[in-house]
Design a protein. Structure first.
Length: 316
């Protein structure tokens, strides 16, 4: 049984920032979000990894605001700017209704994108939706900068964890995402997620029903960071499923930062794929290198991913 978690927002510690503001009284911390969740888009999405998107699409709910400030964020319209014309405020009950609507549209799962700063509202909405007939898996699709304590409080509510591992270099995390302890936080997060749901499990149709799938976006000029990220995943378990992403392109403020002001090269991406295989990470998904222009949403549109993008890649 899970009791209501939203009351904890009176002294918010739902993510590693631990801002301790009273969000129920209208205050906002680093993420910029108060008690209501701001949703920028909810619909079927076909651009995730094949076990997530499947054939009918993943029921994605994109939340506005973020507990990171990534200078290269492709969702910057909603993560950093979150203008009112891009978002709508939902109560816990209305968020539960959105989950049920996506299930009714045929979604393989409910995919919660950027949930870390609204984890307690989400948890209460999942409980409400389950009580009203939600049966598809919940996918927790985060940047990896999560609170281990908060994750423990939602144990049993999430079937599939889909986190990033962005950095194993705190200096890089501070420079590019405004988090000087990212590399300290993410190992415990991934360990907790794996302990909760185990390795990725697929049904007979190849759709994820439970487990952990970790994403890593390869940044140009920072291959040592990528190797360290993969080295940690191999240490966590060589059976870890990892999605190695080539889709980086210099979005938002990236062109102001030397080294990431260009796209990734084929040689750079191939070197990281080789590193993953050398580490024994055989459960790896790879992207077509041409993906760099295919995954850029425009949240000013009613359908941000129109036309629908192709699935994010196949397994090695």
């Amino acid at each position: 049984m899970h009791g209501p978690l939203t009351p904890q927002l009176t002294r918010c510690e739902c993510c590693p920032r631990a801002c301790r503001v009273n969000r129920l009284a209208g205050q906002a911390g680093f993420c910029g979000i108060r008690a209501e969740v701001l949703v920028s888009h909810a619909g079927l999405h076909f651009g995730e990894e094949p076990p997530i998107s499947g054939t009918r699409g993943s029921g994605t709910i994109f939340f506005a605001g973020c507990n990171l400030k990534c200078v290269f964020c492709q969702n910057y319209q909603i993560s950093q700017e979150f203008r009112q014309d891009y978002t709508r405020a939902l109560s816990v009950d209305k968020l539960a209704a959105e989950m049920l609507r996506l299930q009714d549209k045929g979604a393989h799962n409910v995919n919660l994108v950027s949930p870390s700063h609204v984890i307690f509202q989400i948890a209460d909405a999942i409980v409400a939706a389950r009580n009203r007939g939600l049966v598809v898996p919940i996918v927790y699709n985060s940047n990896g900068y999560d609170s281990v304590d908060a994750l423990r409080q939602i144990r049993g509510l999430v079937e599939v964890y889909l986190p990033d591992i962005k950095y194993m270099d705190n200096d890089l995390g501070k420079r590019l995402s405004g988090a000087d302890d990212y590399a300290d936080v993410v190992p415990g997060v991934l360990e907790e997620m794996l302990a909760q749901v185990g390795h990725l499990e697929l049904d007979d149709a190849g759709i994820a029903v439970r487990g952990l799938l970790v994403r890593h976006l390869v940044l140009p000029g920072h291959l040592d960071n990528s190797r360290e990220c993969l080295r940690f995943l191999a240490h966590l378990s060589p059976d870890t499923f990892v999605s190695i992403m080539s889709q980086y392109s210099p979005q938002y403020k990236a062109c102001e930062y030397a080294g990431i002001d260009r796209t990734l090269t084929q040689d750079e991406y191939d070197a990281i794929i080789d590193a993953a295989l050398d580490l024994g990470l055989g459960n790896a998904f790879v992207q077509d290198f041409e993906s760099q222009a295919h995954y850029l949403p425009d949240f000013a549109q009613e359908r941000p991913f129109d036309p629908p993008v192709e699935p994010a890649g196949g397994q090695t």
